[in-house]
Design a protein around this ligand. Structure first.
Ligand SMILES: O=C(O)CCC(=O)C(=O)O
Ligand SMILES: [Fe+2]
Length: 237
């Protein structure tokens, strides 16, 4: 069964002195919140927006995620066979995603019984900007990758309406992201996702296999304890 882990400490008092990871787009380094957002680059059918969030926005997002995790602590999902995943997870929104001996599924309550906190409004603004035609997101999955954590190639298909995109936000250490095909097997392409990057997985790419081979632990000081947070906004119903 799922065991509640001690809450993951995200960010910390040393944030003021932390080294900021330079966004891939140099223009974004001086961009304020009202500056134009970066244009997307295609990765197969995915849209990659390098450096969407400024360092200040990233720090605010980390604070907001820390507040979510204080109310709905990170847990380690397990497979049906009881094998723990290497990422720790919590969620915000009407639904959260859980994995235990009964399988993987969306649920309206945390394994410990509480409801999920609301999705931070700046993430709803992101969704409106990059997925203006989509229905509003009903869930924000929050994955924490510590040193050595990874996520095998998979499809996101637990959602009922696969015409709706999944919008991903990377915070903290760099991650080597891999994208393959809708069918199993075939060639894959890799890309380093960096802190502040946004990736839209939608349209014909919605069911492409994807995963995270590894993170480059210590490449960002955004999170006091190191590691990476990935947020995915989803329509569930
Ligand atoms: O961490 C990432 O960049 C991808 C996460 C992912 O694929 C998922 O949560 O389904
Ligand atoms: Fe995924």
């Amino acid at each position: 069964m799922l065991q509640a882990c001690p809450p993951v400490q995200i960010g910390g008092k040393n944030l003021k002195t932390s080294r900021e990871y330079p966004p891939s787009d140099p223009a974004a380094q001086t961009a304020g919140a009202d500056a134009p957002r970066p244009a997307p680059q295609a990765l197969r059918d995915f849209r990659h927006y390098p450096g969407w969030f400024t360092p200040d926005e990233q720090r605010t997002l980390v604070d907001e995620i820390r507040a979510v995790a204080a109310a709905a602590p990170f847990v380690t999902p397990v497979t049906r066979r009881g094998q723990p995943l290497s990422v720790r997870m919590t969620s915000a929104g009407r639904f959260g995603w859980i994995g235990d001996r009964r399988g993987y599924r969306y649920a309206e309550t945390h394994p410990a019984g509480m409801g999920w906190p609301p999705i931070p409004p700046r993430l709803l603004d992101l969704w409106a900007a990059v997925a203006p035609d989509a229905r509003p997101p009903e869930s924000c999955l929050i994955n924490y990758y510590g040193e050595g954590a990874r996520m095998g190639l998979h499809q996101d298909r637990d959602e009922a309406d696969l015409s709706q995109p999944v919008v991903s936000v990377s915070l903290g250490d760099d991650a080597l992201f891999r994208v393959g095909n809708v069918a199993r097997g075939g060639s894959t392409e890799s890309l380093w996702l960096r802190s502040g990057d946004v990736l839209v997985m939608g349209g014909p790419g919605r069911l492409r296999h994807h995963g995270v081979d590894r993170i480059a632990f210590g490449t960002s000081a955004l999170l006091a304890q190191g590691g990476r947070i990935n947020l995915t906004l989803r329509v569930v119903t």
